[in-house]
Write a protein that binds this ligand. Structure first.
Ligand code: GTP
Ligand code: MG
Length: 501
């Protein structure tokens, strides 16, 4: 592996901005900077970790490329543990390109994706899990995901993994030292401590794995889709969630014809939300294609929010749609409850209204009545609506009364999503939580190996076999922090980075 040359890249995003930074790392960083920078002090005279004003001069024609602030950082107290220079230019693309060209002309090589971070890893400043956290910080969608990634960068997960790994290494050493002696010398006490050690590792590893679901939600978010019959208020919900008029809303059923995707931050959970075309029997080609897209969206969703027009009750068409969701996590929203209340005010003044069956002749007053009637709808006591209760009974599915007109139900929706995906504890235990699929699959492999070792122990299988299983677990855990890892996997991990990081 060649990493003793000097690399350079533009470390800020391409495009115009207030400033843009060209970063140089490696043995020649100061020498290159010396040749292109003219300030009050030369780069050589500058103290480490100070910033100096000056000009970048193209030595070919003596032209001034930019006025800059140059930072000099001597190894080893730098991100890469190499000598680093950062040139803060005025952020135009042309200027940055020219400065970078000049730097490479004087001996630096263009850095590959993530190469600065890779050097930080290879030079032992951070371990692999920490390097991966750098990508996660860059890609973090919410304050919470960035907090989790930062904890990982600071080593919270690595420490935990190292701790478990060290314990397992000790167990292997212990078993292997016993191997040199006859089997009968492996006394009861040694056996018990081996068993206890394996059990402890099993507990710790499954503890880590059990929290991975939450970590994944924090990092990658939840794919949610809103479905229902035409005109029930799906697009109105999308608009409320995004806080703007993202989707067209009209009282014409079939307004939304295509799926509309938006991204929001719902109380710390990144929510990717899709509004869909209303589902109904149709011969219209566009609507048919829309319905197919809706089906696809349901298939790839983690959460389905189904909306029902409360005024119209739970119709056979709703039942058919509910069935489409299958086993997915779901929330049912009984929407347009404001209309039901209005009907109640009118006490049946509008005989043509297709109101909630049985509401109009009720003799009860006020909200309590509406609440009762709505829970009757949920409970299936109202004629023709028994099916809803039957279909969701015992499944613990939340039914939320909502009005997109006044925003009722939005808070409950947020709470229910948090309950479904984070068990309501958004902030708790972020530190040391696993958020990365690669880490989770390695922890799972390590856990399987420990389980194999425990089964082998119970089955009185020879100690050398148990030692092999434990050693496997040790190796899997080592791959997380990068203790034993192939170049190929390293390449794959760092190729996910952007250039300049
Ligand atoms: N009173 C009342 N009207 C609502 C409510 N939610 C939606 N509406 C109205 O119902 C109509 C349909 O709303 P949309 O959000 O377009 O419904 P949709 O489910 O997206 O409809 P399609 O795109 O046709 O499938 C519009 O006139 C909305 O203003 C509600 O809670 N109360
Ligand atoms: Mg719509």
């Amino acid at each position: 592996m060649l990493y003793n040359d000097t690399i350079a890249a533009v470390s800020t995003p391409y495009g115009s901005g207030g400033i843009g930074i060209v970063r140089i790392s490696g043995d020649k960083a100061f020498e290159i900077a010396e040749k292109i920078f003219k300030g009050k002090r030369s780069v050589k005279e500058m103290k480490s970790h100070t910033i100096n004003y000056g000009k970048i001069i193209d030595d070919l024609d003596g032209s001034v490329l930019d006025e800059v602030l140059l930072t000099k950082m001597e190894k080893p107290n730098t991100f890469t543990r190499e000598d680093v220079v950062e040139i803060n230019c005025h952020g135009g693309i042309i200027v940055l390109k020219k400065v970078l060209e000049l730097v490479t002309r004087h001996g630096a090589r263009l850095a590959g994706p993530g190469e600065f971070t890779k050097r930080a890893f290879l030079n032992g400043r951070i371990d692999l899990a920490q390097a991966e956290a750098v990508i996660d910080i860059i890609n973090a969608k919410t304050a919470l995901s960035s907090k989790a990634a930062l904890a990982q960068l600071e080593g919270a997960l690595s420490e935990k993994i190292k701790e478990i790994r060290d314990e397992l290494v000790e167990l292997v050493a212990h078993v292997e030292s016993t191997l040199d002696f006859p089997e009968e010398d492996f006394d009861k006490i040694t056996g018990e401590s081996l068993y206890k050690g394996m059990e402890k590792a099993r507990e710790e590893l499954s503890g880590l794995l059990s929290k991975f679901d939450k970590g994944k939600v924090i990092m990658e978010g939840v794919n949610a889709v809103i479905i229902g019959r035409p005109n029930v208020g799906k697009s109105s919900l999308l608009n409320r969630l995004t806080g703007r008029n993202r989707a067209i809303v009209t009282d014409i059923p079939g307004t939304t014809r295509d799926t509309i995707e938006e991204y929001i931050n719902m109380g710390g959970i990144p929510l990717n939300i899709i509004d869909t075309a209303g589902i109904r029997e149709t011969s219209d080609l566009v609507e048919k294609i829309g319905a197919e897209k809706t089906m696809k969206a349901i298939e790839s969703a983690d959460l389905v929010i189904m909306m029902i027009d409360t005024g119209e009750g739970f119709t056979p068409a709703d039942a058919a749609i509910l069935q489409l969701i299958g086993e997915k996590k779901k929330i049912i929203m009984l929407n347009k409850i404001d209309l039901v209340e209005k009907q109640e005010d009118l006490k049946g003044a509008n005989p043509n209204s297709r109101g909630l069956n049985g509401l109009r002749d009720s003799r009860l007053e006020g909200n309590e009545l509406i609440d009762n009637k709505l829970s009757e709808l949920i409970d299936g006591k109202i004629k023709g609506n028994g099916e809803l209760k039957g279909m969701i009974q015992g499944a613990g599915i939340a039914v939320i009364k909502s009005s997109m007109k006044d925003g009722r139900g939005m808070e409950e929706l947020e709470k229910e999503i948090s309950r479904l995906f984070m068990e309501g504890e958004i902030e708790a235990g972020i530190e040391g939580i696993m958020t990365n699929v690669r880490h989770a699959s390695l922890v799972e492999k390590a856990l399987n190996s420990v389980n194999d070792a425990i089964s082998a122990y119970h089955a009185n299988i020879t100690l050398d076999c148990i030692a092999i299983d434990i050693r496997n677990a040790v190796n899997y855990l080592g791959e997380i922090t990068g203790e034993n890892i192939s170049d190929e996997i390293l390449e794959r991990i760092f190729s996910r980075f952007c250039i300049g990081k």
